[in-house]
Design a protein around this ligand. Structure first.
Ligand code: TMP
Length: 188
């Protein structure tokens, strides 16, 4: 079953928990699926991830950040996603281009259009469907409070996460055919 599906949402929106559940169910049912993530999903892209998320890199410029996400996306698409789709596999990806539109485009203030342009230069490729886990930032952040793994974006203030959420709402308006919101505030 060939399809490229992505899952999006604020930090703490429950994406990873749901993806773990999907992995189990799909395995039981014998659905051949490639589960992957961004930033990352290939060796080189995972190395770029380490640079982007390293909490010591506080001096990282916003556009550098946007370009690194786009670079890791191109490598991931070329090395992992597209070859799997060519083998008729289902690919489910934890975060993709809409994260860049919401985080770098909207929350960092670069502009959704500009970030879209950079990503289209990197490689023009959009998912068939994207599920946006709609969880308000105060709810998401409360869920991940106390989690020991802290990355550079976790160090951002509440107002940043609020902007990310507003950015996702813009993305939903821009792509109503592709991006489907799901209420993520309910129990698993
Ligand atoms: P993760 O914690 O879901 O693995 O994602 C790492 C962080 O990177 C998360 O805070 C969201 C952020 N991010 C962006 O800012 N832009 C992007 O394009 C992607 C894929 C992730």
């Amino acid at each position: 079953m060939k399809a490229f599906i992505t899952i999006e949402g604020n930090d703490g929106s429950g994406k990873s928990t749901v993806i773990e559940g999907l992995k189990k169910v799909f395995k039981e049912r014998g659905i051949d699926t490639v589960f992957t993530r961004e930033p990352g999903g290939s060796m080189i892209a995972e190395k770029i991830r380490q640079i982007i998320l390293d909490p010591v890199n506080t001096a990282m410029d916003d556009k550098t950040e946007a370009l690194l996400y786009a670079a890791s996306r191109r490598q991931h698409l070329t090395e992992t996603v597209i070859p799997a789709l060519e083998q008729d596999k289902l690919v489910i990806c934890d975060r993709f281009i809409d994260s860049s539109l919401a985080y770098q485009g909207y929350a960092r203030g670069i502009g959704i259009e500009k970030v879209l342009e950079v990503n289209m230069f990197a490689r023009e490729y959009l998912p068939k469907v994207t599920y946006f886990f709609d969880v308000r930032p105060e709810v998401g952040l409360a869920r991940i409070q106390g989690r020991d793994k802290i990355d550079r974006l976790d160090l951002e203030e509440f107002s940043f996460h609020q902007k990310v959420y507003d950015g996702y709402k813009e993305v939903c308006k821009l792509y109503p055919e592709r991006v489907k919101p799901i209420n993520g505030e309910r129990e698993i």
